[in-house]
Ligand binder design. Structure first.
Ligand code: SF4
Length: 397
């Protein structure tokens, strides 16, 4: 497994695979061919199917703005290695000098092979192996992460946490209609105001929901967010952590440690299954984010390694089969509400695991395996094509 820094990437939303990935690939091409006369960018498969709604063209145009370029949409064609393929055709002297293929493999990561490019930072491949190592060496999961990452990981996670808080605070203060033409209204501010007036458990749920909405709405507007592990699911982990901080149940120091554990959980899913909605549906995005948040909260509230694993397992298990069918290809419906409910579910999973002794029959590793298989068994329509499910029904109305 590679560094957890790749799980937490900062960039423009609304889609790690549709905006961050293509922007990073465009940046590489621009750097490699600074004197190109023209660049054609051909978007294939799901990148082309939902690229307009996801603002892929805007991300590419923003990056290639000083080079003449043309974007070509090929929704009916797929490149062999991954549904999110793109090809750059570079022109100089009136002829093609090079063609380069990239795949946007989820979480903003790009690859030439269709698989995440792996630098082997971690020697272990499964949660079970990691838990055994931690037990033998009497260390916690976050210590395991700090032991294997580069020395700057703590500072990196501190910056991640700072940005996450800024996104929430920005989102809580905005009102109005989200861009894209669906007419979806921002709700974070309203929910936050109502939370201040409410009491008891209702207040707590409203607060948590407002924090998740704040990030998901910023993302839907194409503003800066941190992937956790993707843009579409970027509201879940920050909402839970911010809620715990607001309630004086966590401070910045233990939130950074919780981010390390959350990153490890996300990494395990990424390398043993997928965090790409185009590859395995929303279970890989929102399901993984919920798992990361549940594990992080369990750690913060003093859960042991087995309880953390249990919370992470439960949160993913109860998202199995979740389809990706964004209306008009925008990261708004069902994505925004899905962040809210997954944040609430993460809190429930953490509490449930903390009440238990951590013993359970289905392991996290098994659920990750099942998630991958379920994702591959899901019909193509339900994997970010915006042609099936809610997206299809919406078009009928
Ligand atoms: S439905 Fe889920 S996976 Fe699909 S775009 Fe929305 S958040 Fe991402």
């Amino acid at each position: 497994m590679d560094t957890i820094k790749k799980i937490f990437k900062t960039g423009y939303g609304p889609s790690s695979s549709h905006t961050m990935g293509p922007a990073f690939a465009s940046q590489i091409v621009k750097q490699n061919y600074p004197d190109a006369e023209k660049i054609e960018v051909i978007l294939y498969g799901t990148l082309a199917l939902t690229g307009k709604g996801h603002m892929t063209d805007r991300a590419i145009e923003r990056t290639l703005k000083d080079i003449p370029h043309k974007i070509i949409w090929e929704p009916e064609k797929n490149l062999p290695a991954h549904p999110n393929g793109m090809e750059f055709v570079i022109y100089k002297g009136g002829k093609i000098i090079k063609k380069e293929i990239f795949y946007s493999v989820g979480g903003g990561e790009i690859s030439k092979t269709g698989k995440p490019e792996e630098a082997k930072i971690y020697p272990h491949k499964s949660m079970e192996e990691i838990i055994q190592f931690c037990r033998k060496n009497e260390i916690k999961l976050w210590e395991y992460v700090f032991m294997h990452e580069e020395k700057d990981i703590k500072n990196y996670l501190k910056k991640v946490w700072k940005t996450m808080q800024e996104v929430i605070e920005r989102g809580l203060n905005k009102e109005g209609i989200l861009p894209g033409g669906l007419g979806v209204r921002r709700k974070a501010h309203e929910y936050y105001q109502k939370a201040k007036l409410a009491g008891g458990a209702f207040k707590e749920r409203l607060l948590l929901s407002a924090f998740a909405l704040a990030v998901a709405e910023e993302n839907a507007s194409g503003e800066i967010v941190v992937t956790a592990p993707t843009c579409g699911s970027s509201g879940i982990l920050p909402a839970v952590l911010y809620y715990l901080k607001t309630k004086d149940m966590a401070n910045d120091e233990n939130i950074v440690k919780a981010l390390a554990t959350a990153g490890l959980i996300g990494n395990l899913v990424k390398y043993n299954a997928s965090i790409s909605g185009a590859e395995v549906g929303c279970q890989g995005e929102v399901g993984t984010a919920c798992s990361m948040a549940a594990g992080a909260m369990t750690q913060i509230l003093g859960g042991n390694i087995y309880q953390i694993e249990y919370a992470a397992e439960m949160a993913l298990e109860h998202h199995l089969g979740l389809t990706c069918d964004p209306v008009k290809g925008m990261v708004q419906i069902p994505c925004i509400e899905r962040n809210v409910f997954a944040a609430n579910r993460a809190v429930d999973c953490a509490n449930y695991a903390l009440f238990s002794d951590g013993k359970h029959l289905i392991s996290f590793d098994k659920v990750v395996k099942v998630m991958k298989k379920t994702g591959h068994d899901l019909p193509y329509l339900y994997k970010e094509t915006a042609k099936g499910g809610l997206a299809e029904e919406y078009e009928k109305t």
